[in-house]
Design a protein around this ligand. Structure first.
Ligand code: NAP
Length: 253
């Protein structure tokens, strides 16, 4: 039920952090992976290959949707098809709401939400065809955030984009469930990556965050991998539009 042997996956933002953790977890479960990054995700490629799986490198800057078609065609050329799409690439910009710039708004919303939608559309068009031909369900896993549920502070475009990711996950599930595609999301809690380096480095914020997490520790990218395998697998065939918090209990507080 949980194995992904023979399945072909795209993971965006696969160079580091959560994307790398997810790519390796999918590979451990048996999937071959197209690793999408602004630069070649060579370290992640070696980690996937060490699991005995195929990993192809696709260089693309998803701050615009211009490369979306190429990402999908290069994946189909290299792996044959796409069964799983993990929309993970994302950025964050921090500034007081009173000072927040249009540039910081557009950069975050375009990468975190617009590219996620158009990647899903481009892959979804193929998944619908394949599902009607051979019955194999396509799986789309979006990376949401605690700020899909909460307001956050000093991150207005990030909160807007991740709240949008939650809404789009439900919309796409509504439209595509009957067409052979599962669309779900993972909402990571506080995970130790580049994205949260500023918070980890701030002694006061770091202490406050740790005090509020029931698990009492920052999450690790490998903590997200298992949830991605589950949502990409047959075990999750009847799960639709769900946003799965993997947060050490943060939202339970
Ligand atoms: P990260 O280490 O900074 O990873 C972000 C990844 O996205 C990097 O591989 C980065 O590539 C890629 N990326 C950024 N902009 C891109 C673009 N324009 N085109 C292609 N790839 C791009 O941070 P992370 O924490 O693993 O973040 C991964 C996802 O998890 C993001 O969507 C983030 O919002 C989400 N998330 C993180 C946390 C957390 O606590 N860490 C919590 C909730 C949600 P480069 O290597 O080229 O920069």
């Amino acid at each position: 039920m949980f194995n992904l042997i023979g399945r072909k996956a795209i993971v965006t933002g696969a160079n580091t952090g959560i994307g790398q953790g997810i790519a390796v977890a999918l590979a451990k479960a048996g999937a071959d992976i197209a690793l999408v990054g602004r630069s070649a995700a060579a370290e992640t490629q070696a980690m996937v290959q060490a699991e005995g799986r195929k990993a192809i490198l696709v260089e693309a800057d998803l701050s615009s949707i211009e490369p979306v078609g190429d990402v999908v065609s290069q994946t189909i050329e290299g792996l044959g098809r796409v069964d799983i799409l993990v929309n993970n690439a994302g950025i964050i910009r921090r500034e007081d709401a009173l000072e927040f710039s249009e540039a910081d708004w557009d950069a975050v919303v375009d990468t975190n939400m617009k590219a996620l939608f158009f990647m899903s559309q481009a892959v979804g068009r193929h998944m619908v065809d394949w599902a009607s031909q051979d019955g194999a369900r396509g799986k789309i896993v979006n990376i949401a955030s605690m700020l899909t549920f909460q307001g956050g502070i000093r991150v207005p475009s990030y909160t807007a984009s991740k709240s949008g990711v939650g809404g789009l996950t439900k919309l796409l599930a509504n439209e595509w469930a009957s067409k052979g595609i599962n669309v779900n999301a993972i909402a990571p809690g506080y995970i130790a990556t580049n994205n949260t380096a500023a918070l980890q480095a701030d002694e006061t914020r770091n202490r406050q965050i740790l005090e509020r997490i029931p698990e009492g520790r920052w999450g690790d990218p490998t903590d997200i991998g298992g949830a991605a395998v589950f949502l990409s697998s047959k075990a999750a065939d009847y799960i639709q539009g769900h946003i799965l918090a993997v947060d050490g209990g943060w939202l339970a507080r």
